[in-house]
Ligand binder design. Structure first.
Ligand code: N01
Length: 504
């Protein structure tokens, strides 16, 4: 097809591997820049005990590389990491990756991007695809006295595997999905385990079905059977969950609330049950999905601490009720800064406009993928993508197919620059914020879904709309520049060829 172009992919996690595979399929030259020393993204970074994916494993795979070998419905983190490593190897992506070198700057100039890495390496690309993840930069709150702690203290994403856990006094701060998984994994190993809860969480039970060797053989021998399973898992989640989160009056949300409530009632001690009872609606914060958390927190060596943390002392945590909780190990399961995306990489778009300035009030992108004045720059799992208990693999697959249709326009020579128009971006944001009013995320809780203005930083429409919108670009929502033409056109209807003639 027409022009040959070069594409930089930033990040070699799930979305970056996907982008590289799809670019290669189209014979597009690509370089993947990875700051770490291996692939896997979040599954490489997170290695805490109990790490698993609460999205059904068979659905949490690329549609072109299903995996018949999962042992259970919800796979362990190490197996998911191994899956992404294997796919990257099998699809010949490894040689395309430049490891251990962080991209620090991207500057747009004359229909291309100048890229600079931390080591001083420079290169130029026609297109950049940011596949840098959402839950990536840890949120590490300051606790007074933390530097005086005599034990081991670290964030869940910086797990220190040299620290002994068995028979120790372990404290975990936080009650999100990470803390719940840690609790289930660490209570059986600790001498004493304390969970420091600021806000109670709704916990939805889900049995973690095991797959037998016969099941796996069936999936292996007959991909249609495996595909049917994926369809089932997918539609169960979408039917039960997608509507629930965007409509707080929906029967689906009522059903989730009932399941969570019934689960909570399994807590035997009324005082513990009361302290574990959230004061907001289920799914307002991301649902914790676990069949083991409540059992773990009820064990004799486990304690739920709800008095606020006052400070850290050499021996442990002092809470507002004056009690000192003596600890050997302190884990901050305090979540992530979710508004970073490609940053801290400096991204300078058309006419010197800085992405940091454009995103000063929060990251925004048209359909989560394109930012006005940042031509030929696209995001996977970018701002306001569907999040929550969906398969982000599937989300990224929809997005890359859409982005590649825009990239194909460059290859065909229809234009040299393409980015969403300001009007399309504004219209999308207006509709997105309006739709947010009916979502469960605004029903009275604080969560990482909410931006500084209290608007959910998420896809607030139906999942069907996401699939519809990502089928094909509406070119009237894009500003394109034709080759060697100084004339920009809105909507792709007045493009000019190299001689400046109108071509459409
Ligand atoms: O982080 P979180 P996470 N003092 O932000 C508390 C995905 N994930 O790492 O609720 C005391 O949910 C904070 O308290 P509060 C998934 O999308 C997926 O657990 O703000 N506490 C909260 O309890 C998930 O949603 C899987 O009052 C403080 C906790 O820390 C996302 O990652 C597994 C505090 C943070 O919870 C993030 O989950 C794991 C402070 N100063 C994670 N600051 C899967 O299975 C924060 N907290 C796919």
């Amino acid at each position: 097809m027409g022009r040959s172009i070069r594409v930089a992919v930033i990040g070699a996690g799930m979305a970056g591997i996907l982008a590289a595979i799809k670019l290669r399929e189209r014979d597009i030259e690509c370089v993947v820049f990875e700051k770490g020393d291996s692939v896997g993204g979040t599954w490489r970074e997170n290695q805490y005990p109990g790490l698993a994916c609460d999205v059904a494993a068979h659905w949490y795979t690329y549609s072109f590389a299903r995996n018949p070998e999962w042992d259970s419905l919800m796979a362990e983190g190490k197996d998911i990491r191994a899956y992404f490593e294997r796919v990257a190897r099998d699809f010949g992506i490894m040689p395309l990756i430049r490891f251990n070198d962080e991209v620090v700057q991207l500057r747009f100039d004359e229909a291309g991007w100048d890229l600079l890495t931390a080591s001083g390496h420079t290169d130029r690309f026609d297109v950049v695809i940011a596949a840098t993840g959402v839950l990536h930069h840890p949120n590490i709150p300051h606790f007074d006295g933390i530097e005086t702690f005599s034990g081991a203290a670290f964030h869940s994403v910086h797990w220190d595997h040299d620290v002994e856990l068995d028979g120790k006094r372990i404290g975990v701060i936080g009650t999100g999905s990470t803390a719940a998984q840690l609790t289930s994994a660490l209570v059986p190993r600790a001498d004493q385990f304390q969970l420091f809860q600021r806000t109670a969480q709704w916990v939805m039970p889900r049995e973690n079905i095991s797959y037998t060797e016969e099941d796996k053989a069936r999936f292996r021998e007959n991909p249609a059977v495996l595909e049917e399973l994926v369809r089932e898992l997918r539609s169960k989640t979408l039917e039960g969950f997608a509507n629930a989160v965007i409509d707080y009056d929906s029967p689906e949300l009522a059903a989730i609330e009932q399941l969570c409530q019934e689960n909570l009632e399994t807590i035997r001690d009324p005082d513990l049950r009361q302290r574990l009872t959230p004061s907001y609606r289920a799914a307002c914060k991301r649902l914790v999905i676990s069949n083991t958390f409540y059992d773990a927190i009820q064990q004799p060596n486990a304690e739920l601490v709800t008095s606020p943390i006052e400070r850290v002392e050499p021996e442990g945590l002092r809470t507002a009720d004056g009690q000192l909780h003596e600890l050997d190990v302190l884990v901050l399961a305090t979540g992530f800064k979710v508004d970073r995306f490609i940053r801290p990489t400096r991204v300078i778009g058309r006419n010197g406009v800085d992405l940091d300035a454009v995103w000063a009030d929060g990251p925004k992108a048209y359909l989560s993928m394109s930012v006005p004045d940042f031509p030929n720059f696209f995001l996977l799992n970018g701002p306001n993508s569907p999040v929550g208990n969906f398969s982000l693999v599937e989300v990224a697959q929809h997005q890359i197919e859409y982005i590649l249709q825009l990239v194909d326009g460059i290859r065909r020579g229809e234009y040299t620059e393409v980015s969403a128009t300001e009007e399309a971006m504004q219209q999308f944001e207006t509709e997105r914020c309006e739709a947010a009013q009916k979502t469960v995320w605004v029903t009275g809780c604080d969560s990482w879904y909410l931006d500084k203005q209290g608007v959910p930083a998420s896809w607030t429409f139906s999942y069907d709309r996401f699939e519809q919108e990502t089928k094909a670009p509406r070119m009237q929502d894009y500003q394109v520049h034709a080759a060697h033409s100084s004339t920009a056109s809105q909507g792709g209807v007045r493009e000019q060829d190299q001689a400046g003639r109108r071509v459409k």
